[in-house]
Design a protein around this ligand. Structure first.
Ligand code: C2E
Ligand code: CA
Ligand code: CA
Length: 666
């Protein structure tokens, strides 16, 4: 009996403990607590009642059971309640941990710098975090029930969207960059990870997508890319970008059966500007050129302009015609012809333009640029400034390439020949000398005029080698004439780049000593442009030449951009007015005025003046009246080789002696 009493007491204690546990662990309200207590009491009472009932019906016959079962049942119930409370406690603890985790997760998602969206397998938004709302400039309420923008935008191709769905629907994760437009229509890039969320049964219930705004990063990348596709100096597209755009434009032209033109513009003599004024001034002019061309280019959205490098610019124009392209080319040409103002001075530049048409002259960007280049080179070697490509020009280009690789050999093999064009003194009608003009007796191409190779030699860096040949042979010839009793002078043309060469003066000295040449027999012709470009170096080189006693003449005067101020500073002795004015002076009043004022100007500065390009007697007579000093031109004689010149000279001298003896009374 005491044993049973102990069990009973234990049972009551257990029940009591269980109740205490339940009350402490279960976060119940007072009302709930009362209900719990009542339920437990009811449970105990019900159990007791049931047992009594069962005993009342003599279901349990065993007296032991009969005596003790009530207490035993109570004990079992107590054990159940205690273990129930224990497990309830475990469950509540787990739930608490889960709730804490969920709370942390929610906070993390809510405060995350990554935009997060949770959407259903049907693509309907279930949840968006504040960052998502911020970058989409909207609210969670506005987005609820809608589809996320990145899945509906037209910025993402349908094929990509299909791929995304296919992947995430089978439980995979999709990582990618998305391009979109924000609410203001601005470009917006994001890096996204889309993953499925599965339930316990491994079924996909939601998808979660996190986005990172990478617009700034993308813009920086684009800026770097842009930089590599643009020319630093002019900000124009570079050759690479031009090439890409041109290739795309060709495809469009192909589909639309339209014409397209590629124009290549090259500035003449730009190297000389850099050499004389320095690269900074050269850059200023290049930017100015780019602005002028860009101004024309921007007038029509079908034009695309680029700087190819150096002083070369490329432009392509779509949906064009032959006439439209010619007009555009001359517009570009004219824009360069206007003077450039740098360092308080005006400079005049000229350009050569070559162009090629799609589809006539090529159907790829490379081919069209190459053919425009061939046409541009053809323009350089001709009197025309703008030339359209034609297959026949290819030969010219090949010829030029071939020529430039043979200069050295030509000089060694004496393939060059000097021709001489006489110069006459207006005052007494006597031949004072001649101008030496080079030709190339090419074994394959025959006699090539200097216009076919001098500029090429200048550009390819071979000119000084040719000048060495010229000076050596011209001085040898001059010595021979004097040895044969001809008291005549010789004018030798010196290229712009030659004056820069520090060896030029010593070469002249050496050759003069070698051939025993009096300095008074020699004159150097230097073009007006080269004189004005190489300022300080030119002045010192020219001073040293004049110190040797050699006369210097400014060639092609009137075509350059010299100023009076410069002219007076240069140690020059002669001016040679350009033949273009002389040849036109009978038909152009303007040219006549230029010729007259140049003669006056030269005389006012104490310089002697030669007129070249005199083609008829009338021009000759007017120049004589205007007081020009020396005459040169086809009217007197065309350039000729030494033998012909000697024959011509003796004939001329004989005739003038006859004429003089006829007019002068004995
Ligand atoms: P430039 O120095 O102005 O030479 C005068 C050019 O005008 C020569 O052409 C000559 O034949 C041409 N000419 C002379 N009188 C008349 C005329 O009445 N009517 C016409 N229509 N033309 C006339 P060329 O010999 O073909 O020389 C062309 C240019 O080649 C020269 O122009 C010069 O710049 C350059 N050149 C010629 N020889 C040399 C040389 O030895 N060295 C260098 N560096 N350049 C040279
Ligand atoms: Ca000349
Ligand atoms: Ca000339």
């Amino acid at each position: 009996m005491p044993y049973l009493t102990m069990i009973a007491v234990l049972s009551v204690l257990l029940q009591f403990t269980a109740v205490i546990f339940a009350l402490r662990l279960i976060p119940l309200t007072r009302k709930a607590m009362a209900w719990t207590l009542l339920s437990i009491a009811f449970l105990l009472m019900a159990s007791r009642r049931t047992i009594d009932l069962l005993f009342g019906q003599n279901i349990f016959q065993d007296p032991v059971i009969h005596n003790y079962s009530t207490k035993t049942v109570a004990l079992i119930i107590s054990i159940f309640i205690v273990s129930g409370v224990y497990f309830t406690k475990r469950i509540f603890e787990q739930q608490k941990r889960d709730a804490e985790q969920l709370r942390k997760f929610c906070m993390a998602v809510e405060q995350s710098s990554s935009a997060t969206v949770i959407f259903t397998p049907a693509g309907i938004i279930e949840y968006v975090n504040p960052k998502f709302c911020e970058i989409n400039q909207t609210t969670a309420e506005q987005l609820a029930g809608k589809k996320p923008g990145f899945l509906t935008t037209k910025c993402t191709p349908q094929s990509t969207l299909n791929k995304i769905w296919n992947r995430i629907n089978i439980g995979g994760t999709w990582k990618s960059e998305f391009y979109n437009k924000d609410a203001d229509g601005q470009d917006f890039w994001s890096r996204a990870v889309i993953s499925p969320i599965k339930n316990d049964k491994d079924a996909i219930t939601f998808f979660i997508a996190t986005f990172e705004d990478i617009t700034i990063e993308k813009r920086q990348q684009q800026a770097i890319k842009e930089l590599s596709l643009h020319d630093n100096l002019t900000q124009l597209p570079n050759r690479k970008l031009f090439h890409n755009k041109l290739q795309q434009a060709i495809e469009v032209a192909r589909t639309g059966e339209q014409m397209l033109a590629v124009l290549l513009l090259d500035i003449n003599n730009f190297k000389a500007i850099n050499n004389s004024l320095g690269h900074l001034a050269g850059d200023v002019i290049l930017r100015d050129i780019a602005n002028r061309l860009n101004h024309i280019s921007q007038q029509d959205h079908s034009h695309t302009l680029a700087r190819m490098g150096g002083d070369e610019f490329l432009l392509f124009t779509t949906n064009t015609s032959h006439d439209k392209t010619t007009e555009l080319a001359s517009q570009l040409y004219q824009s360069i012809s206007q003077p450039f103002y740098v360092e308080n001075r005006n400079f005049e530049l000229s350009a050569n333009i070559g162009y090629a048409m799609y589809p006539e002259h090529g159907d790829s960007a490379e081919k069209l640029i190459k053919n425009a280049d061939i046409a541009m080179y053809a323009a350089k070697g001709s009197s025309r400034n703008i030339i359209k490509y034609s297959p026949s020009l290819d030969d010219g280009k090949l010829k030029r390439l071939e020529l430039s690789s043979h200069f050295r050999q030509a000089a060694m093999d004496d393939e060059f020949v000097l021709y001489y064009q006489p110069q006459m003194d207006f005052k007494n009608g006597r031949i004072i000398g001649a101008e030496a003009l080079i030709r190339w007796l090419h074994p394959e191409y025959g006699l090539l005029p200097p216009d076919d190779f001098i500029e090429l030699a200048e550009q390819s860096g071979h000119i000084y080698m040719i000048t060495e040949w010229i000076i050596s042979h011209a001085l040898q010839q001059l010595a021979e004439w004097h040895n044969n009793g001809h008291d005549i002078q010789l004018s030798v043309n010196i290229s712009a780049t030659d004056i820069q060469n520090p060896e030029l003066v010593s070469l002249l000295e050496t050759e003069m000593i070698r051939h025993k040449i009096e300095p008074a027999w020699l004159k150097l012709e230097i073009t007006e442009n080269s004189l004005m470009l190489y300022t300080s170096q030119t002045t010192s080189a020219l001073s040293r030449i004049t110190e040797l006693g050699i006369a210097i003449s400014i060639d092609d005067f009137g075509t350059g951009y010299s100023s009076l101020q410069y002219l007076t500073k240069m140690p020059v002795t002669h001016i040679k007015i350009d033949k273009s004015f002389v040849m036109q002076m009978l038909i152009s009043d303007q040219d006549a005025v230029i010729v007259r004022s140049t003669i006056d100007l030269a005389h006012n500065l104490g310089l002697l003046i030669t007129a070249e390009g005199i083609e008829n007697q009338e021009t000759h007579d007017i120049l004589e009246i205007l007081g020009c000093d020396y005459a040169q031109g086809h009217h007197l004689a065309k350039p000729m080789n030494n033998k012909a010149y000697m024959n011509w000279l003796s004939l001329f001298n004989t005739q003038s002696t006859v004429m003089n003896s006829a007019t002068v009374p004995a």
